[in-house]
Design a protein around this ligand. Sequence first.
Ligand SMILES: NC(=O)c1ccc[n+]([C@@H]2O[C@H](COP(=O)([O-])OP(=O)(O)OC[C@H]3O[C@@H](n4cnc5c(N)ncnc54)[C@H](OP(=O)(O)O)[C@@H]3O)[C@@H](O)[C@H]2O)c1
Length: 313
Amino acid sequence: MRKVIYNQFGDESVLELTEQAVPGIQKDQLLIRVKAISINPLDWKVYGGEMKLMSGSKFPKSVGIDFSGIVEQTGSTVTRFKAGDAIVGLLDVFKGGALADYVAVKETDIAPKPANLSFEQAAALPVTGLSAMQIIDQLAAVGSNQDILINGATGGIGVFAVQIAKKRGARVTAVVSTKGVAAAKQWGADTIVDYTRQDIRLLGQQFDAVIDLSTKLSFADAKTLMKKRSVFITTLPSPLTLIYSFINNLFSGKKLKVLILKSTAEGLNTLTKLAEAGLQIVLDKTYLVTNVREAYQEASQGSIIGKSVIVLN
Ligand SMILES: NC(=O)c1ccc[n+]([C@@H]2O[C@H](COP(=O)([O-])OP(=O)(O)OC[C@H]3O[C@@H](n4cnc5c(N)ncnc54)[C@H](OP(=O)(O)O)[C@@H]3O)[C@@H](O)[C@H]2O)c1
């Protein structure tokens, strides 16, 4: 089978499409024929070596965190799925391995694919959908009548964060670049700010939650946008930020919270239910696995609305 691996850290040129043996499965595992995977910024942070502490430095390594596919074979203790089922799932974010014709997974890594989604749409759901759910429902605990600012609202997480925050009854200000203005309006944002025309630090409005998905807005700069009792969310975990947030949150009403994605079977099932109920999934580009380097090169340049996916077949 085909599998994308790498043997050193670097840019997308380290990614190699190789021939490997189809993995065997343990009794609690399933063999999945992968149909599509989605591209995440985490991918190039990991293969770029930025996350060595978590990923380790042993090679070969693999890419592809979230995926959709069809159950090919089940181990003897698997009860919830059978051969032929269409599924969606995600793997350990620091190990990946889904960018392959087949992958071995556990039942807790997958959920049934919503029937209303294509395999490409379904692959685009897990990492960014779970991140958005965790940010809106747990870290920001968004409720009705709250004012929420989402900085980077047309990216993978932003598309879902805007829609989930609106479902919770919040007033959403979406910060986007010019090409994303119409899209953010379509997903229900109440106010759209084009960051290429306006410095958001000078908006003159305060929010209950400021969610930075761009990695460009610091907590210090965000403070002018925060109500006395409010929360700032960053997606960049580092030991220093975690220590700083612990101390800050003891003394300040302006809290700092850090996203550390937790993947659970329950979360994945809740997310697929949201998708069945109409959560919009926005696909930008679809690539063939044979064009893997081009796919990651283009995606890492930015300017994508929603998600890009890679298909296998
Ligand atoms: N900590 C965790 O557990 C965890 C989990 C998942 C993801 N993440 C991280 O979360 C971040 C967001 O993920 P994602 O998938 O949503 O990424 P993404 O698809 O790359 O989205 C980032 C967004 O930021 C926007 N942006 C860029 N510069 C901006 C600026 N100066 N002001 C406002 N917006 C700007 C981009 O819009 P334009 O292209 O239009 O400029 C884009 O829409 C990534 O860094 C990812 O690695 C962390």
